[in-house]
Design a protein around this ligand. Sequence first.
Ligand code: SGN
Ligand code: CA
Length: 520
Amino acid sequence: MKKTLGIFSGLLWCAIAVVAQQTTPNIIVIMSDDHDANAISAYNRSLIQTPQIDRIAQEGIQFTRAMVGNSLCGPSRATFLTGLHSNKNGFIDNNSVFNGGQRTLPKLLQDIGYQTALVGKWHLVSKPTGFDYWHVLPGQGIYYEPKMITQNGDTVTQHGYATNLISEDAIRWMREDRNPNKPFFLMLNHKAPHRYFLPTLANIQRFHTRQFPEPPTLYADTGNRGSAWRLQTMRILEHLELASDLKVDPAYLQDIPELKPSAAEEKYYNGIMKTIPANEREQIKKIYAERGEIIRKERPTGKALLKLKYQWYMQDYLACVASIDENVGKVLNYLDSTGLAANTLVMYTSDQGFYLGQNGWFDKRWMYDVSMKTPLLIRWPGKISPRTICNQLTQNIDHAPTLLEVAGIPAPKDMHGISLLPLLTNPQYQLPRKSVYYHFYEFKGAHTVLQHIGVRTVRYKLIYFYTVNEWQLYDLLNDPEEQKNLYNIPAFESIQKSLQTELIALQKQYDDTNPAAPVK
Ligand code: SGN
Ligand code: CA
């Protein structure tokens, strides 16, 4: 009798194990680089249609207040992997090296039986750890004929266009290499639409004749808003380069002293053009020659030049986004055609937001919503109701805890984020959070945005540029563009005080001792 019971309980455990295995969801995270939410039609229909990315929103949940804690590539990715703000995971700016020995999301998933894979942008300098398979771009990577680092340390040139290659490699891995008896976690990280925006021929053909609405602050005067605004170098007019960024052949610019590209820029232009396959290169150059002809004919300066540069920037950036959208479609179709879709959570996000002309800028870094906000869409059939919209404050520290709970294990208590799992299955659920914290460190280097910390609630934002002792306070309800600094305006005194108290509390909570003393 005892023996029979033993066999019976053994069988029962096997059965439970099989069911558990079948129901443990696969997880795919598609993370693009510098993809602003306004360039996704689920968020804003005025710039581009992205029907494939929109499918994730239509069949799942769309977050409208998804924030990052440090709006820069490496720091954002390090936070994604660790569930920790930069001060605790150690990757504070793009000059950092990721400590791959630390606890990460993929390692914790491996521990519970997941097979893990990473394809595309990595940008954390040290070799990836915690992934059973990885195949990554060195540094920023390039669009055409990108080099990729393989797991045995070789750097191999791939033939084709990075956005396609990365998706195709991810699909190949799912089809050929993964163990079908294990759940999987796949990170599919695009280089696009990061600078220097280089679209496919088909997509620049679609976009080069389009004109896009100008943001109301495109021509704003940015010289009179304090030290940080004065010191930034992210103006489309002066810092977005005609030859390298906008592919105007340097031959058109040689005779115009104020527009003549530097030797480095010219070299970069020649280098990227060479990467495009010869048969497409001539057609692409022909399209870009239109820009050169306009420059030669009109010799635009000031506002007229900014007007042109903005349109050309949008054409190229959005054409790069169009390739991402096509490739999201390929991944979703693969999941549908194999039946994997039913048990696979798909997340679409970016490493941060991106300026698309607001304040006359490109790039990110600031705690202003344009760059602090990132797109976040999640589809999980049978668990998340279609067309769910969430306006609650979330942050990229939440991703690791959320995905661990999705996989069935509690998040470690010392992760900074909060699991969004209860919210995914019940949109009425209120997250236990009234504010999010921000700390940007990288002043030296590209775009020179001063270091700052701050706190954002649903309604207000307080920012402290601590190296120059300057504060800003915004009412996001009445001033969503963050144009009117309310700091030290008597009517906002009590709000200011309570946000300062909240900022100190967050510094303590996350043990962020830089600046060493809590502010004020
Ligand atoms: C490079 C870019 C910058 C960009 C940073 C960080 N310049 O330095 O424009 O802000 O990367 O981007 S480039 O001339 O090399 O393109 S991030 O997304 O990797 O953080
Ligand atoms: Ca980025």
